[in-house]
Design a protein around this ligand. Structure first.
Ligand code: NAG
Ligand code: NAG
Length: 213
């Protein structure tokens, strides 16, 4: 009977409301992802405040005369699972997923990652960062074209990009009078400074042929 079903619903609502502390807490307190549209923004405790990191990085960018800096999640071996010392994207953005690309401009910061990581990104990033959900390099390039005025430079650490990836970015920017500039000093590392974790010291071992084929 519909009426008894409604009674059941009402009870469930009330009970779950009580379980979540309702009505004493605001509705945002029951959410574990950020909400940057409220004022002030709602940030769950899992978020990293990246304001200081971004300010410091932007100062370095100014020194190197670049208007955007691209930060990949990979290390210099293009590995997806990396040492803490190489977790530059995590340090600058708060996002610890294994795949993604960050771009920091003088005013904005954006992170591209695939659908596996959207919720995690919304739990870990503060409102300095926007989440971009289309992960093709072309879409990063087009965003750069939108954000960076003609005549300005876009920097990256050449050790962290494959030739193919470099070419993809160069291709989108070609003829746009924005220049892709390789900077051998990693700007995130410069800002990270002495806080940057040391290299791992665990022993290297050979994988037996049974695993490698
Ligand atoms: C953020 O908060 C606004 C205003 O309360 C609400 O309309 C919106 O749905 C919320 N967004 C998310 C992702 O929770
Ligand atoms: C910064 O880069 C732009 C674009 O390449 C160039 O025109 C300008 O002279 C550079 N400024 C300095 C201070 O190097």
């Amino acid at each position: 009977m519909p009426s008894s079903r409604w009674t059941t619903w009402a009870w469930m609502l009330l009970l779950s409301g009580c379980a979540m502390g309702w009505p004493k807490q605001s509705s945002s307190a029951t959410s574990d992802i950020r909400n940057c549209t409220t004022s002030p923004p709602f940030l769950p405790p899992t978020v990293t405040d990246t304001s200081a990191q971004l300010n410091a990085l932007r100062q370095r960018m100014q020194f190197y005369n670049i208007s955007a800096y691209i930060v990949p999640a990979t290390d210099a071996h293009m590995s997806e699972y990396i040492a803490e010392r190489d977790a530059r994207l995590a340090w600058i953005s708060g996002f610890t997923g294994s795949a993604g690309t960050g771009v920091v401009t003088t005013k904005k910061a954006a992170l591209w990652t695939d659908s596996r990581y959207w919720t995690q990104a919304e739990r870990q990033m503060d409102c300095n960062w926007e989440l971009q959900k289309i992960v093709w390099t072309d879409s990063i390039g087009e965003w750069l074209l939108q954000e960076i005025p003609a005549g300005e430079n876009i920097g990256l650490d050449p050790f962290l990009f494959s030739i193919d990836l470099w070419n993809s970015y160069a291709h989108v920017l070609q003829g746009s009078s924005r220049t892709l500039v390789p900077i051998e000093d990693n700007l995130v590392d410069l800002v990270w400074g002495t806080q940057r974790p040391p290299s791992p010291t665990s022993k290297i071992y050979l994988l037996p042929e049974t695993f490698t084929g």
